[in-house]
Design a protein around this ligand. Structure first.
Ligand SMILES: [Zn+2]
Length: 251
C-alpha cells in the first residue's frame, strides 16, 4: 500500500522536504510527528537479517508510523554468524526471524537474497546495485548503514556502496543510520569493538524514536540477540535518539 497520511506523492514537496532537512543543523523531531514528510516509500538495504532491527529498527519504525511504506532488501541469510548455534541451518532460522521482525516494524515486503555471509565484497558492486535498482523502482528514499559499516563489517560497507551506486542513476536520496563518535568510542573501549562513529558536524538529522517496537523486533532475532551485550549497551547509550546523515541528496 503506497503512500500514507503525510505522503503527497508530489515531487516538488518531497524535494523541498529533503532539501530542508539536508542542510539544517542537527535537530530533534519528536516521535511520531512526521519527520520526513513526503516520503511515500522507503527501501532499507541491508547485508544481514537483523540489520533492519538491531540497526535500523528505530528509524524504520518511525518511518512506517508516519505513514511511509517501508520495504527491505537483505543480501545474505547471515549463516556465518558465530552466534545462534541451532540444530537447523542457521540461514533458515535467520530468514524466519527476519520475516517475523519485519512484521513487528511495519515492513510490508522483504527481499532476501543468498549471497555468502561474510564474503559479500566478493560479489561485484554493479551486480548488487542492479538488485537494489530493481527493488527500488517505486521507492523515493533508500535507508542504509553508514559508510563505515557502523561496526566496520565489510558486508555492511558493501551493501551501502551498492545502494549508493543504484541511487546515483535515479537521483534517489540515500539516508544513512550512524552512531555518534562518543558512543562508538565508548563501545570500542568497553568491548574492544571497531565501531565507526561520526562527529556532530557530520550528522544531519537526529530523530527521537520509540524503542518498544524495535526491542520487539530484536526479540524476533533470538538466535542473535539473546547473548549480545554490545547490542544492549549500544541501545542503552543511544537512549531515544537515532542519528542520520545523507549519503546522497537525490538532487
Ligand atoms: Zn550485520
Amino acid at each position: 500500500m503506497p503512500g500514507g497520511a503525510h505522503g503527497t506523492g508530489d515531487a516538488d514537496a518531497l524535494s523541498h522536504a529533503l532539501r530542508s532537512t539536508s542542510y539544517a543543523p542537527p535537530g530533534s523531531w519528536n516521535f511520531p510527528k512526521a519527520w520526513l514528510p513526503g516520503v511515500n516509500e522507503a527501501l532499507a538495504v541491508c547485508a544481514h537479517p537483523d540489520d533492519e532491527s538491531f540497526g535500523l529498527g528505530g528509524v524504520l519504525d518511525a518511518l512506517s508510523t508516519q505513514g511511509t511504506r517501508v520495504r527491505t532488501l537483505c543480501f545474505t541469510h547471515g549463516e556465518a554468524s558465530s552466534l545462534g548455534k541451532t540444530t537447523r541451518p542457521l540461514g533458515e532460522v535467520r530468514a524466519e526471524e527476519l520475516s517475523a521482525a519485519a512484521g513487528v516494524l511495519g515492513i510490508d515486503d522483504v527481499k532476501l537474497f543468498s549471497y555468502p555471509d561474510g564474503r559479500l565484497t566478493q560479489s561485484p558492486l554493479a551486480e548488487l546495485a542492479l538488485l537494489v535498482d530493481n527493488a527500488a523502482r517505486s521507492a523515493d528514499l533508500l535507508v542504509v548503514f553508514d559508510e563505515g559499516g557502523i561496526t566496520g563489517h565489510p558486508d555492511h560497507c558493501h551493501a551501502t556502496a551498492a545502494a549508493v551506486l543504484a541511487a546515483s542513476s535515479h537521483r534517489l536520496p540515500v539516508l544513512a543510520w550512524t552512531v555518534p563518535a562518543d558512543i562508538a568510542n565508548q563501545l570500542n573501549e568497553e568491548f574492544n569493538t571497531t565501531f565507526v562513529g561520526r562527529l556532530t558536524e557530520e550528522i544531519d538529522i537526529v530523530v527521537t524514536v520509540n524503542r518498544n517496537r524495535q526491542r520487539a523486533a530484536i526479540a524476533c532475532h533470538a538466535s542473535q540477540s539473546s547473548e549480545n551485550p554490545v547490542l544492549w549497551r549500544r541501545l542503552e547509550l543511544s537512549g531515544h535518539d537515532e542519528h542520520l546523515r545523507w549519503l546522497a541528496h537525490g538532487q
